[in-house]
Write a protein that binds this ligand. Structure first.
Ligand SMILES: NC(=O)c1ccc[n+]([C@@H]2O[C@H](COP(=O)([O-])OP(=O)(O)OC[C@H]3O[C@@H](n4cnc5c(N)ncnc54)[C@H](O)[C@@H]3O)[C@@H](O)[C@H]2O)c1
Length: 286
C-alpha cells in the first residue's frame, strides 16, 4: 500500500488554500466551475469579456470563505489578457495553483457561407486564447516553483465526429486543437510539476446553448434524443471532473482528455441503418 492509502478519498479533492484563474468565468460552465472550486475551499480569479459576472459571484466569498476576484478582459488581446492575469494573481495574494482555460465561442455556419473575420476570431478565442492562458499560468507556476494543474475546455465537437445538424467545422477544429495540445504540453510541463488536461463536454445547458433554443431547436432535440443518457447535460455534470483534475485526486493524470457527453461520443440512440440495411435489421431481429 502507498502512503496515500490511509487518506480519505474525498480529502484528496480538497482545494483549500489554493487559488485558480478561470477564463470564461462570468457565467455558464466557467462560473459553475468557480463555484465548485469555492465549495472545495479554493479561491477563484475570474477573467471574462463580459462587463460583470452572474450575480451569485458576489456571494462566493461570504458563503465559502474564499477570495473571489473578477477582471474584465478580452483573451484575444495579449495586453488585455496579460494585465487581467497579473491583476488576478495579485488579487489571490500573489500565488495561484493553476487554472481553467474555459472561454470559448461557437458557430453554426456551413463552409460555403463561412465568414473570414468570425472564423478567425473563433480560432483566436478558442485556440490562441486557451494556449496563451495556459502559458501565463504555467510561467507563473514555474517561476514560483509551485506545482499546479491546468484544465482546458475542449468538446465533444473536438473528437473528430460530425454532428449532422450543426455546421461547425472551424469550432470542431479549434476544440480538436485544444485536445491535441494536451499531450505535448503535459510532457513539456511535467518537469515543473505542472499537470495539464482537457475536458470534453457534450451538449450542456448554458448561455451558449440557450440561444439555440430559438435559433436551432432541432439541434437541441437531437442532442437530447441521441444521447444514451437521454438528456442534455448541465454545467454541474462537468465541474466534478474539472475539480478532480485540479486537485490532488488527479495527481497521476496529465495529458488526458476526459470525455463527458452523456455517451454521445460512443454511439447514438437514433442510429438506424438506411434503406435495405434497415429492412435487413428489422427482419433479422423479428
Ligand atoms: N455548452 C456546451 O454545450 C459546451 C459543450 C462543449 C464545450 N463547451 C465549451 O465550454 C466552454 C464554456 O462554454 P459555456 O457553454 O459555459 O458557454 P458561455 O457562453 O456561457 O461561456 C463562455 C464564456 O466565455 C466568455 N468569452 C467569450 N469570448 C471571450 C473573450 N474573447 N475573452 C474573454 N472571455 C470570453 C464569454 O463571455 C462567456 O462568459 C467554452 O469553451 C465552450 O466552447 C460548451
Amino acid at each position: 500500500m502507498s502512503e496515500l492509502s490511509d487518506i480519505k478519498v474525498t480529502d484528496r479533492f480538497s482545494l483549500t488554500g489554493k487559488a485558480f484563474v478561470i477564463t470564461g468565468g462570468a457565467r455558464g460552465i466557467g462560473f459553475a466551475t468557480a463555484k465548485a472550486i469555492a465549495q472545495l475551499g479554493g479561491s477563484v480569479a475570474l477573467i471574462d469579456v463580459l462587463d460583470k459576472p452572474v450575480d451569485e459571484f458576489d456571494t462566493l466569498t461570504k458563503r465559502f470563505n474564499v477570495k473571489a476576484s473578477y477582471q474584465r478582459a478580452d483573451i484575444t488581446d495579449q495586453k488585455s489578457l496579460e494585465t487581467a492575469f497579473d491583476e488576478s494573481v495579485k488579487a489571490m495574494g500573489g500565488q495561484i495553483h493553476g487554472g481553467v482555460c474555459g472561454a470559448g465561442i461557437n458557430i453554426n455556419q456551413p463552409l460555403i457561407e463561412a465568414d473570414w473575420d468570425y472564423s478567425l476570431k473563433l480560432l483566436q478565442v478558442n485556440l490562441m486564447g486557451t494556449y496563451w492562458t495556459a502559458k501565463l499560468i504555467a510561467k507563473h507556476l514555474a517561476e514560483t516553483k509551485t506545482p499546479g494543474s491546468i484544465v482546458c475546455i475542449a468538446s465533444l465537437s473536438g473528437q473528430g465526429i460530425h454532428i449532422p445538424v450543426q455546421d461547425a467545422a472551424i469550432y470542431n477544429a479549434s476544440k480538436a486543437g485544444i485536445k491535441g495540445m494536451m499531450g505535448p504540453l503535459a510532457v513539456e510541463l511535467g518537469k515543473y510539476g505542472i499537470r495539464i488536461n482537457s475536458v470534453s463536454p457534450g451538449a450542456i445547458h448554458s448561455p451558449m446553448t440557450a440561444s439555440l433554443e430559438q435559433d436551432a431547436p432541432q439541434l437541441l432535440k437531437w442532442f437530447k434524443d441521441a444521447a444514451p443518457v437521454q438528456r442534455m447535460g448541465v454545467p454541474e455534470d462537468i465541474t466534478p471532473t474539472i475539480c478532480l483534475l485540479l486537485s490532488d485526486a488527479g495527481a497521476f493524470t496529465t495529458g488526458a482528455d476526459m470525455v463527458i457527453t452523456g455517451g454521445i461520443h460512443a454511439g447514438r440512440n437514433d442510429f438506424v441503418l438506411p434503406g435495405e440495411g434497415a429492412q435487413w435489421l428489422q427482419s433479422a431481429t423479428k
